[in-house]
Write a new protein. Structure first.
Length: 217
């Protein structure tokens, strides 16, 4: 645990909490570090879950599977990112998504229900402010995802995604955190149809694309 304290200190959930107090906070949250192989579920959809997690090493995918087994990629999380925090503030413990280790990963798990049940510790107030800020920011991300999925055509979805990424980084040239299959899953479209549409956008002079690097022309 101690070796990860410098990383944990940089996680927004622990903003404003002195480094020498983080171990105390983690102890109050019953935190532990767990290892996961590639493809291993961290939480399955429908599981009763009382923990949230922080990616310490590796990558995590958040997925939603429909009745036919088709998967939609909700997001990909990397080092320092938080997941499962929304369940801290609800009465339900049912996990609505599949959360899977995308590669060999180490995850910090902590008891989020203990926070809402009244477990108190030094810097509790600061921790709760940070938690609410994280939940609010995730809510905005989900709203953007709803806007994206509301687009009718594959072309519109691709351009909505690319324009949003361009605005986020403040540049017309940028890398996306997905390979082509992950991007298709994220957009909720067929990979072949998406690749064909990206090729058309390139021919039309709208974008330039190579692997996960895009330029909006």
């Amino acid at each position: 645990m101690e070796q990860y304290i410098p990383l944990i200190e940089k996680v927004p959930l622990f903003a404003g909490i002195p480094q020498n107090k983080i171990t105390q906070v983690l102890s109050a949250l019953n935190a532990s570090v767990q290892s996961y192989d590639k493809g291993r579920p961290i939480f399955r959809e429908g599981d009763a879950v009382t923990q949230a997690g922080i990616v310490l090493d590796g990558r995590v995918e958040i997925l939603k599977e429909d009745y036919h087994g088709n998967r939609t990629l909700i997001s990909v999380l990397s080092e320092g990112e938080l997941f499962g925090e929304a369940l801290c503030c609800t009465e339900t413990e049912i996990q609505p998504f599949e959360i899977v280790s995308a590669e060999q990963s180490k995850i910090l798990l902590f008891d989020c229900k203990a926070v809402m049940a009244g477990t108190s510790f030094e810097y509790y107030g600061q921790f709760m402010r940070n938690l609410l800020q994280e939940i609010a920011e995730k809510n905005l991300v989900l709203r953007r995802k709803i806007t994206l999925l509301s687009k009718r055509t594959t072309r519109e979805k691709i351009m909505e995604f690319l324009l949003t990424e361009s605005k986020r980084v403040g540049k017309s040239e940028f890398d996306i955190p997905y390979d082509r299959q992950q991007l298709a899953d994220f957009l909720g479209v067929d990979r072949s149809a998406m690749s064909a549409e990206i090729s058309k956008l390139r021919r039309d002079g709208v974008i330039s694309a190579h692997k996960n690097r895009f330029i909006i022309l």
